[in-house]
Design a protein around this ligand. Structure first.
Ligand code: A3P
Ligand code: MG
Ligand code: MG
Length: 380
């Protein structure tokens, strides 16, 4: 019964939150000891250039340049005339990660280079962002998700499917919201240089096709994970610790003026920030707090290891152990249901807030996401 959380103060009789075909996201089911989460190890990286082309190297890495504590960066600058926005109607699924896997297969092979097997020594392959959604699900009240899962040569591949609601939201964004999505990237441009001795170039064109991604390997309970996540920048000191410990996540947030705003920041924003960076072992977030006009009025560093202490005074706040135990149980649930090893079978796991996770099975459907070039090269 892998869908049933173990060692927990179980649900009282009659509530039956776990059928064998669904998984509950109720927080109280996941309040047990923190699961084993091995220190994530970077096994490689890749870059996407200004035209979203893949390179099996770190050419898009950027270097953090510490700004003044109150830098007055204007995040609106360049939105109209120096902004090239990635086309988010193009669904890339796991393709960049799969390219990286093919280029680095020897690093991952279970039995090295012997002819007997070329299977990966990994249970799950996915994006860090998909895992972030799993970690935060027990606390999410607004946005559901759908995750497509395919078992292929013993490894489970997880790729997100856009929900109808997300597609509608995307189509109905206001002009203000569109512009505010630019602000986070603009903050990166004010604080990052292309080389360790360089300076940021806020007068340049901002192109959101460009990305540097780390690929990490780790283990959550008995699940061996390989995932990739975009990294904003690194410490420019060449003596900084090895990746991922030298990486820095950049964030923007509305300035905090009232106790209510502080509480919301702790309860909602820090949860997302913690989950995103804890997963790949990125140790700190640098936050730019901006006013309503998009001017950064303060910059503050948040060590990830201190976030769980920062939030302890909040009433009824989120708990890292609930996030990690839910994720672990979700992965057990996936292993239990996604039994057929077949690249053209998709198990679609769907979740809406206040509901259980449910699934459906699809054969040779539009949900299939492992491309032929990947399946063929992995099979040959
Ligand atoms: P902020 O994080 O400052 O909001 P990331 O922080 O993950 O590196 O993402 C960089 C920026 O991309 C974000 O900056 C935000 O501007 C934009 N962004 C990322 N995910 C988004 C989403 N789901 N909706 C809107 N904007 C998003
Ligand atoms: Mg980023
Ligand atoms: Mg960021």
């Amino acid at each position: 019964r892998p869908n049933r959380p173990q060692n927990q103060s179980g649900p009282s009789r009659g509530q039956n939150p776990h059928s064998s075909l669904s998984l509950s996201t109720r927080r109280e089911l996941y309040e047990r000891d923190f699961p084993v989460y091995k220190q994530p190890v970077e096994v490689g990286c890749f870059s996407l250039d200004s035209e979203r082309r893949f390179f099996n190297d770190g050419r898009q890495m950027r270097y953090y340049v510490e700004p003044d504590r109150s830098p007055n960066f204007d995040l609106r600058d360049g939105y109209k005339d120096r902004f090239i926005k990635r086309d988010d109607s193009v669904k890339e699924k796991l393709d960049h990660m799969l390219r990286w896997i093919l280029a680095n297969r020897s690093k991952l092979s279970a039995r090295g280079t012997t002819a007997s097997s070329c299977d990966l020594d990994i249970d799950f392959v996915t994006w860090r962002g998909h895992l972030t959604k799993l970690l935060t699900a027990p606390y999410e009240t607004r946005e559901g998700w759908q995750l497509a899962v395919t078992r292929f040569r013993g490894t489970l591949y997880i790729s997100e499917v856009e929900t109808e609601a997300a597609r509608r939201d995307q189509e109905n964004r206001t002009e203000r919201h569109e512009e505010m999505m630019y602000w986070g990237y603009k903050f990166e441009q004010y604080t990052c240089a292309d080389t360790d001795h360089g300076r940021p170039d806020p007068g340049g064109v901002l192109n959101t096709n460009e990305a540097f991604c780390t690929v990490v390997q780790t283990r959550l309970a008995d699940h061996r994970l390989l995932f990739s996540g975009e990294v904003d920048c690194r410490d420019k000191d060449p003596n900084a610790p090895a990746a991922p410990a030298c990486y820095i996540e950049l964030k923007t947030s509305a300035e905090i003026c009232t106790p209510k705003q502080r509480s919301n920041f702790h309860r909602f924003k820090l949860l997302k920030w913690w989950a995103q960076s804890f997963l790949p072992g990125v140790p700190r977030v640098v936050a730019g707090f901006r006013d309503e006009e998009g001017v950064v009025v303060a910059v503050e560093t948040f060590p990830i290891s201190k976030i769980s202490h920062l939030i302890k005074n909040e009433h009824n706040c989120w708990k890292p152990t609930v996030c990690m135990n839910f994720c672990s149980d979700f992965l057990s649930f996936v292993k239990h249901i996604a039994t057929e090893d077949n690249p053209s079978v998709v198990y679609l796991l769907s979740w809406e807030p206040r509901r259980d996770v449910t699934f459906s099975v699809h054969r040779d459907s539009p949900y299939c996401f492992l491309p032929h070039w990947f399946v063929e090269e992995m099979t040959s």
